[in-house]
Design a protein around this ligand. Structure first.
Ligand code: ADP
Ligand code: MG
Ligand code: MG
Length: 911
């Protein structure tokens, strides 16, 4: 395979589909040249193969000769020779990887100029100023990009020159000064490199190509790839292209154009241009640009031609494109195009609009495929109205959206301030269940410690509240925190961006979340596609959450965590009474009180989800989570002493304290130790279901046992549940007959099923026998990940995860995106073994991964029936589930009829 391809090379398939080899820029330059026949300055692309070989073994032998031949062909086509002192051909050397990495990699313009050829250029064009303007640009760019000299060295001199000339416009710096700048720039180069500026065009070209290769591994590029999850081993292509000059004169210029508005999605061309300017000038913001519409007055022919090209690009790519163009003395040249980036709002509008536009005719399936998780998030959550605010601290973006408020450091202070009507950002080292009232009152949450599944992160995501966690630069002490030399005190304004994980001092203006009308249209199409293939439920613990989840499209509850009902301010004391009980009577009394409150809680949830399945998980966390911190009580004991009540709590807290609570007495094990607890919960649930059914509703109850490890254990728990269900039903019948009411005939039987979570490796491995006792499985992938890796998530996420990701020891944080190879393997095993016993076993997932698109694809392939995620993730999960279905059926399952159905409306692709 050759390393070098001319833009007009005839490939076997459309070059636009060859981004792996040619990079995005090269592939589209070739497409515009050879398929669309647009005016593109000729050139050639050095493939990503060459870059990869270069990174592995240095400059490939064969490359020099291939570049030499391609260069000769280019020179022949242009009728000029690079470096010719009389009439030089100039080229640009442009990076271009498979995925666009805006501003992350480097490009050198005007290559081929030297002290002699600059004079030739001046003579040929009759324009000294233009020649020296091009030369000073070249020396500075080459110095910065190829020779690694800090750009400020050149910029500060250029600014000084402008000041000297009494102008702020680049285009008004006189020739003499430009000449002088070239000299000074060359001296800077000599000072830094110990050698004169390279005059030999061959050396210039080789240096620039190598610099582009190297820029692939520059820190900016690496950081960008980390964030965008682009693999590090793709390499970049290099494009060598004949220069055209927008800085030639006032009949020249350069601009960027979009085929429609990338911010709103409105139809119609959109963009900016600058007269007498080159390359980056438009985006650099040095002069005020003019809107594309102004081209019409100044260059009517070019304007018409450009609009016509935009139209052809949209037809051809069947999408919005962005472009770079240059006008040289009245002639239009296209320098780049690609399918353009867009805001979430625009993405939704364009995807829906394009299904009805005759020139594009997207299918619904294609439209669904064009929208990403980030697009949805940006319309669902408020965000900073502008960018570029100085970042005070960085943490993990734990729950998307931006928030602004006054800082408070305790949950009580936060709640009080919010009650006074203040907007609050709660700042804690980390949060615990005791902070929930403050978290609820806050606009946003910031913690100095903890990872993406820390308490703060999980709770905030559940409520759709912006949160930044693990901002380790924060030093919190009492009523203020510091970051370096900056102090932020209680009551000061603070802004956080839970999408990016950034913290900004002061009040950043926010743009409210406002889904456009296309939002629902698109998600309904997604629902059509995934119907019957992959359901989406929500994790919700209250009636309000359940109602919200349903309005966002949830088809039931996959996880109702009953412990959250125990944490309310009115509940906690009762729970503590139950734990502290000295006698069975006392315990029974406390349980009775809890039953009453749980009954109302359950009723609200079941009512909100009437007719849809509600999976209720029996109590899961270790009991000491409901007790105050032993540390605080120890301090109090040593200082002011404890009340009798506090002493009892302290004793209990110490008694229940465990060395390793996540692996301790929790889940079903707790039920074994305190059997009355699960019976009480089931009774409360059944009574609530009975209430709803009596009121004409249709409750669908799924009772779920957490943390099971064996069939025997599940069988025991199942027996308690069945007994409690039977007891509750008998009790209801008894009460009816006592009131003399006959059992209503038409009343539907209560639908109750009993199942278990699969969240230990053993449960997944022994799924065949566990399924004998389970009507359904729900994979708890948070715990399963923790136990499969042996990673304590609260500890590893803050401390070692980022190092692991940087070193490539893990491809992704397995708490964010399920580990498809390891944990995924256990899920697949659990599914096939469970269904080997019970082919109709209903299986879902309720870990945090249930809202993560990449994980949803893994779960769909594993054969799961539904995913469940926090209410605010439901729209993302609906989209991702549809995209997973579109990507292809899980092995061994019938092909998806829905794809054909959704796809049938539109016309075929262009060949
Ligand atoms: P980026 O990927 O950062 O946009 P580009 O390779 O597109 O980098 O180049 C930077 C700027 O230089 C762009 O404005 C582009 O249009 C301009 N440019 C690149 N090659 C040429 C050329 N051959 N003639 C004129 N301008 C060019
Ligand atoms: Mg570009
Ligand atoms: Mg669990």
């Amino acid at each position: 395979m050759p390393y070098v391809f001319d833009f007009d090379h005839s490939h076997r398939k459309p070059p636009m589909d060859m981004k792996d080899l040619l990079g995005g820029k090269g592939a589209n330059l070739a497409e515009m040249t050879s398929v669309l026949g647009l005016p593109v300055p000729p050139g050639f692309t050095i493939s990503t193969d060459a870059c990869r070989d270069y990174m592995a073994d240095g400059w490939p032998e064969a490359l020099s000769a291939e570049v030499g031949r391609a260069r000769a062909r280019l020179e022949k086509a242009m009728g000029k020779v690079i470096g010719d002192p009389a009439d030089p051909l100039l080229v640009s050397v442009r990076s271009g990887a498979k995925f666009s990495m805006p501003g992350m990699m480097d490009t050198v313009l005007n290559l081929g100029l030297n002290d002699e050829s600059v004079e030739g250029l001046a003579k040929q064009t009759g324009d000294q100023r233009f020649a020296y303007d091009s030369y000073r640009r070249f020396v500075a760019m080459y110095g910065r990009i190829v020779l690694d000299i800090p750009g400020e060295e050149f910029d500060s001199l250029f600014d000084a020159a402008k000041e000297l000339a009494g102008t702020t416009s680049d285009a008004k710096v006189p020739t003499e000064l430009l000449r002088y700048l070239v000299d000074s720039f060359s001296q800077i180069v000599e000072r830094y490199t110990g050698r004169p500026f390279p005059q030999d065009p061959d050396a210039q070209l080789r240096g620039a190509i190598e610099a582009v290769f190297r820029s692939w591994n520059g820190p900016r590029a690496i950081a960008y790839r980390e964030r965008e999850r682009i693999p590090h081993d793709l390499g970049t292509a290099v494009n060598v292209q004949a220069m055209v000059f927008g800085n030639r004169d006032d009949r020249s210029g350069t601009g960027v154009g979009f085929t429609r508005d990338p911010a709103t999605g409105e139809r119609g061309a959109y963009g900016d241009f600058l007269i007498n300017a080159q390359g980056e000038d438009v985006v650099a913001g040095i002069r005020n640009t003019e809107p594309l519409s102004a081209l019409k007055g100044q260059f009517p022919k070019v304007h018409r031609e450009l609009l016509d090209i935009f139209d052809r690009l949209e037809r051809h790519y069947r999408d919005m494109c962005d472009t770079e163009f240059t006008i040289e003395q009245g002639k239009l040249w296209m320098l780049q195009t690609r399918v353009g980036k867009r805001t979430g709002r625009a993405a939704l509008k364009m995807a829906v609009d394009m299904t009805t536009e005759p020139k594009i005719r997207l299918t619904k399936a294609e439209a669904v495929g064009r929208v990403t998780e980030d697009h949805l998030a940006s319309v669902l959550h408020p965000h900073f109205s502008s960018t570029g605010h100085p970042v005070l601290a960085k943490g993990l973006g734990a729950s998307p959206g931006a928030a602004v408020g006054r800082v408070y450091f305790t949950a009580d202070d936060a709640a009080e301030a919010a009650a006074r009507g203040e907007a609050v950002v709660l700042v804690r080292s980390e949060t615990s269940p005791e902070d929930v009232h403050g978290m609820l009152a806050a606009e946003g949450i910031l913690t100095a410690r903890g990872g993406l599944v820390s308490h703060a992160a999980v709770v905030a995501r559940g409520w759709g509240k912006p949160a930044v966690v693990g901002a380790e630069a924060l030093r919190i002490s009492g009523h203020y925190f510091t970051v370096g030399s900056v102090t932020v005190a209680q009551g000061d304004w603070l802004s956080i961006d839970g999408t990016a994980g950034t913290v900004v001092a002061g009040q950043v203006p926010l743009t409210a979340a406002e889904p456009p009308p296309e939002f629902n249209v698109l998600l309904e199409w997604a629902d059509e596609i995934r119907a019957g293939h992959l359901g989406v439920r929500a994790n919700a613990d209250t009636g309000a959450d359940a109602a919200n989840a349903r309005s966002l499209g949830a088809e039931g509850i996959g996880l109702c965590r009953t412990e959250h009902m125990f944490l309310g301010e009115d509940r906690l004391p009762v729970v503590r009474r139950m734990i502290l009980a000295d006698s069975p009577e006392e315990e029974a009394e406390a349980l009775e009180q809890l039953r009453m409150v749980q009954r109302t809680d359950f009723l609200e949830i079941l009512r909100a989800m009437d007719g849809l399945p509600v999976t209720v998980r029996l109590l899961d966390p270790p009991l000491h989570e409901f007790l105050p911190s032993t540390h605080e009580l120890a301090v109090k004991e040593a200082t002011v002493g404890l009340t009798e009540e506090e002493q009892k709590l302290y004793d209990a807290a110490r008694m229940w304290q465990e060395a390793n609570p996540m692996l301790g007495t929790r889940g079903v094990r707790l039920g074994v130790v305190k059997p009355g607890l699960y019976a009480m919960q089931v009774r409360a649930l059944m009574e609530a279901a009975g209430d709803l059914a009596a009121a004409g509703g249709h409750p669908v109850v799924e009772i779920m046992i957490p943390l099971t490890v064996s069939r025997e254990e599940l069988a025991l728990a199942r027996r308690w549940v069945e007994e409690a269900v039977a007891g509750a039903l008998a009790e209801a019948a008894h009460q009816r007959s006592a009131r003399g009411k006959p059992a209503p005939k038409a009343r539907p039987e209560l639908e109750v099923t009993i199942g278990t979570m699969i969240e230990t490796p053993r449960a997944a491995l022994r799924a065949a026998e566990i399924a004998e006792e389970a009507d359904f499985f729900s994979f708890g992938t948070n715990d399963l990940t923790q136990m499969t890796f042996g990673f304590s998530r609260d500890d590893v996420e803050g401390r070692m995860m980022s190092a692991y990701l940087e070193l490539g020891l893990l491809p992704r944080n397995p708490f964010e995106t399920v580990d498809a190879d390891g944990v995924g393997e256990l899920v697949r095993l659990g599914v096939s073994r469970g269904r080997s016993t019970r082919p109709d076993l209903k299986i879902g997932v309720c870990g945090e991964h249930g809202g993560d698109p990449a994980s949803i694809a893994v779960f769909y392939q594993a054969g799961l029936d539904y995913v469940s995620c926090s209410p605010f993730r439901v729209p993302v999960a609906r989209l991702a589930a549809a995209q997973a279905v579109l990507a292809g059926a899980p092995d061994g399952r019938p092909a998806k009829a829905a794809v054909g159905k959704a796809g049938a409306k539109g016309t075929k692709h262009k060949a």
